[in-house]
Design a protein around this ligand. Structure first.
Ligand SMILES: Cc1cc2nc3c(=O)[nH]c(=O)nc-3n(C[C@H](O)[C@H](O)[C@H](O)COP(=O)(O)O)c2cc1C
Length: 207
């Protein structure tokens, strides 16, 4: 699978208003960057009911989306320094656990994982999609209007497996993983060192 959707979510204000209504307390947030999230920190407060504040059990900080215009060339997940800086900024802004989602297309993902754990991440999500491209040979044009997009699903699994393995070896922190379509895939990921299993693209293929 390849997509160029980017970050489709209604934003912090809409999320906070949702939390005023009864709903299971297992919300997960997407945020474009730490500064953006910190601007909304008054709306993110764990514990205590309502009051116009979102109360997530954790916040996943996506510093690795390949489909966001202003991240092209400079994703936070691309260096230890920038990944640690955004982790630290978010961690200081909120009281709930902070999970950081990393990119596969870096020279040493284990070093970046160690840097964000050092900066206060409670867990790592491994991994975001891998940048790729598909061309329609009849038209000679890229199939995605964005030209490039992120590869997920079965094609991503061996890359995710390698990333989980490299992260889990030195890092005591929990890691989640991508590319799973079957129970066997999940077993492989747990063997590589993952402690939780995420299922994304498989929902499209298998419901
Ligand atoms: C259609 C689509 C949209 C996605 N949008 C996001 C997003 O907004 N933020 C994000 O961090 N990851 C996004 N992803 C990446 C997934 O969260 C996940 O990291 C990736 O698909 C690998 O997992 P999978 O192989 O189980 O799908 C998207 C993936 C797909 C297929």
């Amino acid at each position: 699978m390849i997509n160029a959707i980017g970050l489709t979510n209604p934003g912090a204000e809409a999320e906070a208003s949702c939390w005023l209504k009864p709903r299971p307390s297992s919300g997960r947030w997407g945020a474009t960057d730490g500064q953006h999230l910190c601007r909304h920190r008054g709306r993110v407060r764990p514990g205590g009911p309502g009051g116009g504040h979102a109360q997530p059990d954790l916040i996943e900080v996506n510093i690795s989306c390949p489909n966001v215009g202003d991240e092209f060339g400079t994703p936070f997940a691309g260096s230890c320094a920038s990944a640690a800086a955004v982790t630290e900024a978010v961690r200081q802004a909120v009281a709930c656990p902070v999970v950081v989602k990393l990119a596969p297309n870096v020279p040493d993902i284990a070093r970046i994982a160690a840097a964000v754990v050092e900066a206060g991440a409670a867990a790592i999500t491994a991994i975001n999609t891998m940048p790729g491209m598909v061309i329609d040979v009849a038209s000679g044009q890229p199939i995605l209007s964005n030209r490039v997009g992120g590869i997920s699903g079965p094609a991503l699994k061996p890359i995710a497996l390698r990333c989980v393995y490299e992260i889990a070896r030195p890092c005591p922190c929990r890691s989640l993983h991508s590319g799973v379509s079957t129970g066997r895939d999940a077993a492989e990921m747990l063997m590589a060192g993952a402690s939780l299993v995420g299922v994304g693209s498989a929902v499209y293929y298998r419901g």
